[in-house]
Design a protein around this ligand. Structure first.
Ligand code: UDP
Ligand code: MG
Length: 323
């Protein structure tokens, strides 16, 4: 079996392709790996397409996938993962910020130390301090804390995977930042980290602006939610809805009972509708019911969607019948 598939997503990186290809080639020949390089051109508007086609023609180790337009890094990784056939799959950015010299050690960690996934850690980072390094530190802390995965650099482009992992995980949207969490969700929890060398961007500019952090945090909330309640939405919405309804119900009961008590004892009592608590109680009960309905809808969608993968079988002695 082929040992390594290198998957490289790229968008407008014409200046670095040749250099990167030669560097990877050098490392692979030095260590005598059997390998393939899969470049996924994410709708580049520069000359990347032409350069890649030439490379693919010259070298049988190089494969290229061209997207019709720019769909984003996650989609590019997904397309590469689908066709990768190496025992170990390594992803790296195309901008020469990730160092191909790390490949042999990453490969060893997967094959010999039996990691499911090894994520690079750009311990010494050559990016803008204020706009990237500091927010990224915060972002990694939160991701590590919410997922329970002890990594310092979730979004490092340089990662190595056991083949089964990339065939299982579904990277979409902008979820490339959370691949270790996606892998853990699928049961691949032997996740390691390796300090990797990082270079400053040699050519071109970064493709992600400051909005990356806003998107990143919003996605993190989604990932957290999917991880915990993706397969059982009612447990989330039902619990929250039940709580709201209960609070509303208690407040209503209190308003009603105190009104009756005052009338009974001939004390002055304001109209229930003049009592501000009445509206708070009413709103809480309505929100409670709405949350419950959201829970039911979630369960309905899950139940009716036959394509939802509910479990992954590692191996089985019984093959399913084909009809
Ligand atoms: N990339 C991509 N599609 C996009 C944006 C980026 O394939 O829509 C690629 C890009 O060409 C590079 C990698 O993803 O190979 C990382 O992007 P970049 O270097 O801009 O990110 P940064 O290093 O600033 O985090
Ligand atoms: Mg980069």
């Amino acid at each position: 079996m082929m040992q390594i598939s290198v998957v490289i997503p790229l968008y407008n990186e014409e200046a670095s392709i040749h250099e990167l290809h030669e560097w990877i080639l050098r490392v692979m020949t030095e260590h005598q790996f059997t390998f393939e390089i899969i470049f996924v051109n994410d709708g580049s508007k520069d000359h990347s397409e032409k350069i890649l086609n030439q490379l693919a023609q010259q070298s049988e180790n190089v494969h290229v996938i061209h997207f019709l337009k720019n769909y984003g890094k996650s989609q590019a990784l997904h397309a590469g993962f689908k066709v990768a056939s190496g025992e170990v799959v390594i992803t790296m950015d195309a901008d020469l910020q990730d160092n191909p010299e790390e490949i042999p050690e990453l490969y060893q960690m997967i094959v010999e130390e039996k990691f499911d996934l090894v994520s690079g850690w750009k311990k010494v980072r050559h990016d803008a301090i204020l706009t990237k390094n500091i927010p990224s530190k915060l972002f990694n802390k939160v991701a590590s804390w919410t997922s329970g995965i002890k990594l310092h650099d979730f979004n490092c482009g340089l990662k190595a995977y056991k083949k089964e992992v990339v065939k299982c995980i579904d990277v979409k949207g902008e979820m490339h930042r959370y691949i270790p969490i996606l892998a853990k969700n699928e049961g691949f929890d032997k996740i390691g980290e390796k300090v990797v060398k990082h270079q400053a961007r040699k050519y071109g500019t970064t493709k992600f602006g400051a909005e990356r952090f806003l998107h990143g945090f919003l996605d993190l909330i989604s990932v957290w939610f999917f991880t915990k309640f993706g397969k059982r939405p009612m447990h989330f919405f039902g619990a929250l809805g039940g709580l709201m309804f209960f609070i509303g119900f208690l407040a209503t009961a209190w308003i009603g009972i105190s009104k009756i008590y005052k009338l009974w004892n001939n004390q002055p009592a304001i109209l229930v509708t003049n009592n501000p608590w009445f509206y708070i109680a009413l709103t809480a009960m309505i929100i409670g019911v709405l949350l419950f309905i959201a829970g039911f809808l979630g369960e309905l969608i899950l139940n009716n969607n036959q394509h939802t993968q509910r479990y992954q079988i590692k191996n089985s002695t019984k093959q399913s019948e084909k009809n």
